[in-house]
Ligand binder design. Structure first.
Ligand SMILES: *[C@@H]1O[C@H](CO)[C@@H](O)[C@H](O)[C@H]1NC(C)=O
Ligand SMILES: *[C@@H]1O[C@H](CO)[C@@H](O)[C@H](O)[C@H]1NC(C)=O
Ligand SMILES: *[C@@H]1O[C@H](CO)[C@@H](O)[C@H](O)[C@H]1NC(C)=O
Ligand SMILES: *[C@@H]1O[C@H](CO)[C@@H](O)[C@H](O)[C@H]1NC(C)=O
Length: 897
């Protein structure tokens, strides 16, 4: 760091010291000669007149000046702006007037302090972008601005990397500088409160350097001192076009020499030291003396990079020579050196392993003239990890923040560990490349349209925009976000239907989509569109009448569901070009009662009946559908009707029956589903069914249904508990693909963090989780229990309860006997693989464990069933019906017996 003395009320005597913050006892003896003469020229340059140079690589922020203002500094010609737009926290302050001095840079009079938040950041985005080397300078002057007479200490960060601890006293100005090769377009300078007072900052400056400068070490360099000998003047812009600040030094026993001729850069000088700095130098007053430069380090491991610059600036007689060697802590380092006439040469070295250093410049025996030095720079290299959000993601986040004028504490890098933006989650699987994977802007007061910048969050998996005041249409690009699995748009004022692409993804089970009903269904009347010719496929499957009655409890029953490829002359297609081959995109249509009458041919074909409604077959265009009408008398049913409509509108998965439309006209309430040609699973399993489902088919059906349930439990936020999983609520389409149906009892866990909800007990005897029954606490594990019963039904072909035999007890007793053949449905005639059979039995047993915590999750169930299916596919007739006891030995589940 570079240090400048500002004695209150005194004129500008600049003293620069090699200073190490944690060790105030820093000493720099510049000259140890016989004489001790203070050579400080009082020649102050009162007004430096500079040509206005090119400041295109500069960002100059005067913190704490009035918002949006800017000015050109008279002394330096630098153009300063206020910190508006670079930070959005903190408050303006000003140092007390007695600490302001004429010579003090104007920028140090005002400051921004940060009484709020632990960490506050400035975001710099230089036009020249990443891969460039920049000098970044943070400047501080406390000046008792807060009247506490207690200068704070705090930490300075560059992005996620610690840059320095900052501390000072009341009157001194401090500069912290770092030379840094950026790997990101964004540079975040952050002040972190460490409990020792509120952080503040007076000025922040960024300077683009030439890429060859300070490239001797690839690490970042914090500057320790930058000293200009032989002058009392501070040199910076525009004498130094990179605006390094070269401080003069109070040197005892030396004398200064200078030239008025310009100094050129020698070939060894990549550092572009300005001519003005090189045109002054120090020599010892006594020509036989050495020149010294010394300082102390806090600890031995502190590494230093040193640049010493020499140029001959005196006119030498022909017989005169100046020649010297350089020593570091007494050891010869380099030489003999004869400075080139009015040309800069640089000597560079790195070192560490001492707590005090002394550089000695000693003339050689051949030298007539004394040694001289013009300038020295000292740096401490630090390794920065530079873990930052990928630029594209960062840009999207910043544009989102500004589009919605978000007031939340979004500062610095969005993904920075420990200070990750509120509501944002990042993937850090690749340490160099943090990516945004989720964003939750629920209830954040957003208005206007969905920000186009979100299109660039290409790795996002979950986006929650619910409960805002967003308007306009939902953009198509959301469907192009390949990894997006959860999208919540509920509670906004979108005016147009969802893009077909998005619905298609939801439909395929790639996306959990939640949105307001009217986006799925038409809310505005009169918009009908004929289905474009050839765009809709006909469902030619036979109707299969579905009759399902769950007779066990009067509360509910069955529903049936349905299907479709869908179509309709009444389907509204607003832009046929975006839905070229639209097959089963859910209708955005609400149906009138008269339309329902037409679809169902006046309710002529009953395919199911339930406690609160009747299911009819229907035809929309050429496509079959199932229509469940709520019986007018059923008050209980209306709640379930609503629950189901809402759920099906927001949940889309290939193993969940989909909604075609609904009717809500006065007393007439109905739901139209896709038609499920093969009815419900119970019809295929139990006595009386003529078609026997093969073992493999059964596994596939179990796997399908498990996936639907898994999606409700783990793909939906909040998770949804079906509450009535049973065979008759698993429907089969024409390909025997299974889908869950009947969501009238489903419950979503509304509050995050809740692991259960208390509800009135509901469900079907035989499938009902005993723990839920006794505790009234509903969790996903209740569905797992019911699913276990379904699995048992699938493999045994026996209903959950028959003739007083409860399937779970029966299976348990058979397992105890160790005979799997007797458990598996005899109608399969042994056509199954024993290993897999055992596995499924095990799994079913685990699912119905009386203690919910012992039960697997649906994730586990899906994985296990998938393994079983795989094994089954790989099975050959030879390894079927293996020796029972052997395969049993190989199994792991201990609690089976
Ligand atoms: C401020 O700190 C510097 C460096 O330690 C010291 O030389 C100076 O005297 C201090 N000034 C005051 C007013 O404490
Ligand atoms: C988003 O945050 C809200 C409120 O904090 C919460 O209810 C909701 O579940 C969150 N959404 C997601 C997808 O986590
Ligand atoms: C997305 O990023 C690209 C490149 O980073 C940029 O050109 C484009 O403007 C960004 N798109 C939006 C909508 O912000
Ligand atoms: C939502 O936006 C509309 C239209 O811009 C506006 O009239 C309404 O006041 C806003 N509501 C809220 C709660 O901000």
């Amino acid at each position: 760091m570079i240090f400048k003395l500002l004695p209150p009320g005194q004129p500008s005597t600049h003293v620069s010291k090699g200073f190490n913050l944690t060790s105030p006892a820093v000493e720099m003896a510049l000259f140890r000669g016989f004489y001790s003469v203070l050579i400080l020229q009082v020649a102050l340059s009162l007004a430096m007149v500079h040509a206005q140079g090119d400041q295109s690589g500069f960002i100059s922020i005067d913190c704490g000046i009035s918002e949006g203002s800017n000015y050109t500094d008279k002394k330096s010609g630098l153009n300063y702006v206020s910190d508006t737009g670079f930070t959005d926290s903190g408050i303006n302050g000003e140092i007390l007037s007695r600490y302001k001095s004429n010579t003090l840079d104007l920028q140090l009079n005002t400051l921004r302090s940060f009484p709020q938040n632990t960490r506050n950041c400035y975001t710099l985005r230089p036009e020249q972008g990443k891969g460039k080397r920049y000098l970044i300078r943070a400047r501080f002057t406390y000046g008792n601005y807060d009247l506490k007479v207690q200068p704070p200490q705090f930490d300075l960060y560059l992005g996620s990397d610690h840059w320095s601890r900052v501390g000072f006293n009341v009157s001194w100005a401090m500069d912290y500088e770092i030379i840094h090769l950026t790997s990101s377009d964004y540079i975040y300078v952050c002040l972190v409160n460490i409990g020792l007072g509120n952080p503040f900052i007076s000025a922040l400056e960024l300077r683009l350097l030439d890429s060859t400068m300070y490239a001797d070490d690839l690490r970042s360099l914090t500057s320790s001192t930058r000293t200009n000998f032989g002058t009392s003047e501070t040199v910076r812009y525009a004498d130094d076009i990179y605006d390094r600040i070269w401080y003069p030094i109070a040197a005892t026993g030396s004398k200064s020499v200078q030239t008025s001729s310009p100094i050129s850069l020698g070939s060894s000088t990549k550092e572009k030291v300005p001519s003005k700095v090189m045109s002054t130098a120090n020599i010892p007053k006594n020509p036989t003396d050495d020149l010294f430069y010394s300082w102390r380090a806090t600890d031995k491991t502190q590494e230093y990079l040193m640049y010493i610059y020499f140029a001959e600036i005196e006119a030498l007689e022909t017989n005169q020579t100046r020649e010297f060697d350089i020593y570091l802590n007494g050891d010869y380092w380099d030489g003999p050196i004869s400075p080139l006439d009015h040309t800069t040469s640089t000597y560079f070295t790195k070192f560490y392993n001492s707590t005090s250093y002394e550089v000695t410049i000693r003339r050689t025996n051949n030298s007539i003239l004394p040694p001289m030095y013009n300038a020295i720079e000292l740096y401490n290299p630090i390794s920065l990890q530079q873990r930052q959000t990928e630029d594209q993601d960062a840009t999207a986040m910043w544009s989102t923040k500004s589009t919605y004028e978000l007031k939340r504490n979004w500062q610095g890098d969005p993904c920075v560990p420990n200070y990750i933006w509120d509501g944002v989650n990042c993937s850090n699987s690749d340490p160099d490349n943090l990516r945004i994977i989720s964003m939750n802007l629920s209830s954040s007061g957003l208005s206007g349209e969905i920000a186009p910048g979100l299109a660039n969050l290409t790795m996002i998996r979950s986006l929650d925009l619910s409960y805002n005041n967003l308007t306009g249409s939902v953009p198509k690009f959301l469907a192009s976000l390949d990894f997006l699995r959860i999208l919540n748009l509920t509670g906004n004022n979108f005016t147009r239907p969802l893009p077909a692409e998005l619905l298609e993804k939801a439909k395929n089970g790639q996306l959990s989509l939640r949105s307001a009903p009217h986006l799925f269904f038409c809310s505005d009347q009169g918009k009908t569109g004929a289905c474009p010719k050839g765009s809709c496929k006909k469902n030619k499957k036979n109707k299969v009448v579905i009759v399902v009655i769950a007779t066990l409890v009067a509360l509910f029953v069955l529903l049936t569901i349905l299907i479709v490829l869908w179509i309709a002359k009444r389907r509204r297609i607003q832009d046929p070009s975006i839905v070229p081959d639209q097959r089963i995109v859910p209708s955005k249509q609400c149906f009138t009662y008269s339309e329902v009458l037409e679809i169902t041919k006046n309710f002529s074909d009953v395919i199911g009946k339930g406690g609160f409604g009747t299911v009819f077959s229907g035809l929309i265009g050429n496509t079959q559908a199932a229509v469940k009408m709520l019986s007018e008398s059923s008050a209980q049913g209306y709640k379930e009707f609503q629950a189901e409509v809402h759920l099906l509108m927001s949940v889309h998965h290939k193993n969940i029956t989909s909604l075609v439309g609904y009717c809500d006209e006065g007393k007439h309430k109905g739901i139209i589903y896709e038609y499920m040609a093969n009815g419900n699973l119970g019809m295929h399993l139990f006595d009386g069914s003529t078609h026997i489902l093969s073992w493999k088919k059964r596994l596939q059906i179990g796997y399908d249904a498990a996936q639907g349930l898994e999606y409700m439990h783990h793909g939906c936020k909040p998770p949804i508990v079906h509450r009535d999983v049973k065979c008759t609520n698993i429907l089969l389409n024409e390909n025997l693909q299974a889908k869950l149906a009947d969501f009238g009892l489903s419950r979503a866990f509304t509050t995050e963090g809740d692991t259960h909800v208390s509800t009135v007990i509901a469900g079907t005897p035989g499938y009902l989780d005993p723990e839920y029954f006794t505790t009234n606490r509903l969790t996903e594990k209740s569905d797992v229990y019911s699913f276990g019963v379904v699995l048992m039904e699938l493999i045994t072909g026996r209903p959950a309860i028959s003739a007083d035999i409860y399937i779970i007890n029966w299976v348990k007793s058979m397992v105890e006997k160790g005979s799997v053949e007797d458990i598996i449905d005899p109608r399969l005639h042994g056509d199954f693989e024993t290993n897999t059979a055992w596995k499924v039995v095990e799994l079913a047993m685990a699912c119905v464990d009386s203690s919910s915590v012992e039960r697997p999750t649906m994730n586990d169930v899906v994985m296990d069933l998938k393994d079983c299916l795989k094994a089954e596919k790989g099975a050959t007739p030879n390894n079927l019906n293996q020796n029972m006891s052997l395969s049993f030995e190989s199994m792991r589940i201990p609690n089976l017996r």
